[in-house]
Ligand binder design. Structure first.
Ligand SMILES: [Zn+2]
Length: 413
C-alpha cells in the first residue's frame, strides 16, 4: 500500500508516542483482533499481542484516534486477566466503511460494510445482468456511491465478488459460466475504473464469490477458529469451493485453486458447460434440484430461492425428498474426495448446500464417512455457513485488508 515512512516527527514524542513507536507494528494485528471479535477487552488484547499493558493501551488509543475502534472505560466492563475491570474494545459504529459489490447469475447488489463484517447499508438487488461487464459494474458502483452519499460515511476501498475463478495477477474472470460475460473479462480493472469514475477513494479488489464467502466465514462466522477450513457452496447457479489455511485463502499459483465445481460425481450425468459430464456444478446446484424434482423453474424469484423453498416447504413430498437425497449423495461424494486430498479440520456449506445439510445432516455425514479414508473416523465437522451475504462481507474483507495490514499507512491523509 502506501509506502510513506512513519509520519511522526522524531524528537517531540510524548511517553505514549514513544510507546506507540514501539507498538506501531502491533497496530495491524491489534485491529485484526478487534475486527474478528477475538479481543473484546484491552486485557485480552494485551495478552494476545504479548506486549506491555502500556503499549496495548497506546495501540488501542491510536486505533481509536483513527476512528476505527471504540475504547469503553466505563466501570462494569468485563474483568481482565488480573481480575481488574478492563476497558472494552469494539469496532467503531460510525467509522469508515468499504464498498462491497456482488454479481451473481440472478442479479447484483451493493453494500457498505464496516469493520467487524457489519453491513451498514445495502442497495436493492438488481434482477438482470447485462452481457457487458462494464455496464453491470458501473451500475453496482453507482448504487454503492449513492449509499455513500446518503449515509455520509468515509469510504476507504472497494471489493467485488464474482461467480467465476479470478486469475491472478491480472484479475481476469476466466469462467463466468453462468453470466453472459466474455471469458477472461478484466473485471478488476473495470471495477477499479468504475470506482475511480464514481469519485471514490481507496484501492479496488475482485475475487471469486465462494473464496470470499469462505474468508468472511473464517473471520466472522462458522469458520472461526478453524485452521484448515474447506468451504463448498452453490451460488445462484453452479458450485464453488475454497480453502482457508491459517487465516489466508489458498488461491493456488494463479488464483485458480479449489475449482471444485468440476469434480465428476456422476460419470453418466448431465453435460456440463465445461465440456465434461456429471460435474458437481450441474449435479448439485439449484437447477439440478429443481430438475430432479420435476419442477419447472419459475421467473418470480431466483433459482436458489426456489430450490431452498422447495426443500424447506415440501420435504414431506416423496418426490422432493428423493430429489434432495440424490443431491445430498452427489455432494457427499464430492466432499469425500476433497476430504481425502485436503484433510480439512472443518467443512462449511453455503447456498443450497446449507439447506441440503439442514434437510438430512446424518445422511450427508454418512456419505462423506463411507466414501473417504479420512472421513471414516467421523472427525471432520460439517457445518452450515452462518453469515447473511457472506460473499459481500468477504468482498469487503479484501478492501479492508490494506487497513488491517497497516492502519496508519492506509488511512494517512
Ligand atoms: Zn464441469
Amino acid at each position: 500500500m502506501s509506502g510513506n515512512a512513519d509520519p511522526r516527527p522524531t524528537g517531540e514524542g510524548t511517553t505514549s508516542r514513544t510507546r506507540l513507536d514501539r507498538g506501531r507494528g502491533a497496530l495491524g494485528p491489534a485491529l485484526e483482533l478487534v475486527h474478528t471479535g477475538r479481543a473484546p477487552t484491552r486485557a485480552v488484547l494485551t495478552a494476545e499481542l504479548g506486549v506491555t499493558r502500556a503499549t496495548a493501551g497506546a495501540v488501542a488509543a491510536e486505533l481509536e484516534a483513527l476512528g476505527l475502534i471504540r475504547v469503553d472505560a466505563r466501570p462494569g466492563a468485563a474483568a481482565g486477566s488480573q481480575g481488574r475491570p478492563s476497558h472494552r474494545l469494539a469496532v467503531a459504529d460510525d467509522g469508515p466503511v468499504v464498498l462491497a459489490a456482488q454479481v451473481h447469475a440472478d442479479g447484483f447488489r451493493a453494500a457498505l460494510v464496516g469493520l467487524g463484517g457489519r453491513i451498514v447499508a445495502t442497495a436493492p438487488g438488481c434482477e438482470t445482468v447485462d452481457a457487458d461487464p462494464a455496464k453491470v459494474l458501473g451500475s453496482v458502483v453507482e448504487a454503492g456511491a449513492e449509499l455513500l452519499r446518503s449515509t455520509g460515511r468515509r469510504c476507504v476501498g472497494a471489493g467485488l465478488a464474482v461467480p467465476s475463478a479470478v486469475a491472478e495477477p491480472d484479475g481476469l474472470a476466466l469462467n463466468p459460466l453462468h453470466l453472459a460475460w466474455p471469458a477472461g473479462a478484466p473485471v478488476r480493472r473495470i471495477f477499479a475504473e468504475c470506482v475511480r469514475e464514481a469519485g471514490l477513494t481507496g484501492p479496488a479488489f475482485a475475487g471469486n464469490d465462494v473464496n470470499l464467502a469462505a474468508l468472511a466465514e473464517h473471520r466472522h462466522g462458522a469458520g472461526r477458529g478453524s485452521r484448515d477450513l474447506l468451504c463448498v457452496a452453490t451460488g445462484h447457479r453452479g458450485v464453488g469451493g475454497a480453502l482457508v489455511l491459517d487465516g489466508r485463502l489458498h488461491t493456488g499459483s494463479s488464483g485458480l485453486a479449489l475449482e471444485v465445481g468440476h469434480l465428476t460425481v456422476n460419470p453418466e450425468g448431465r453435460p456440463c458447460h465445461c465440456g465434461s459430464r456429471g460435474c458437481l456444478d450441474v449435479e448439485a446446484d439449484p437447477l439440478a434440484l429443481l430438475t430432479a424434482a420435476g419442477r419447472d423453474p419459475g421467473p418470480e424469484v431466483s433459482l436458489l430461492q426456489q430450490a431452498i423453498d422447495l426443500i424447506s416447504n415440501h420435504y414431506d413430498d416423496p418426490s422432493i425428498r428423493t430429489a434432495t437425497e440424490a443431491l445430498i449423495d452427489r455432494l457427499g461424494l464430492g466432499l469425500a474426495g476433497l476430504v481425502n486430498i485436503l484433510n480439512p479440520d472443518r467443512i462449511i456449506l453455503g447456498g443450497l448446500h446449507r439447506t441440503l445439510l439442514d434437510a438430512d445432516p446424518e445422511r450427508l455425514r454418512a456419505v462423506v464417512a463411507d466414501r473417504s479414508l479420512w472421513g471414516q473416523s467421523g472427525g471432520v465437522p460439517i457445518l452450515a455457513c452462518t453469515l447473511d451475504h457472506n460473499s459481500l462481507v468477504g468482498a469487503a474483507e479484501l478492501a479492508w485488508q490494506p487497513v488491517l495490514d497497516d492502519p496508519l499507512g492506509a488511512l494517512a491523509p
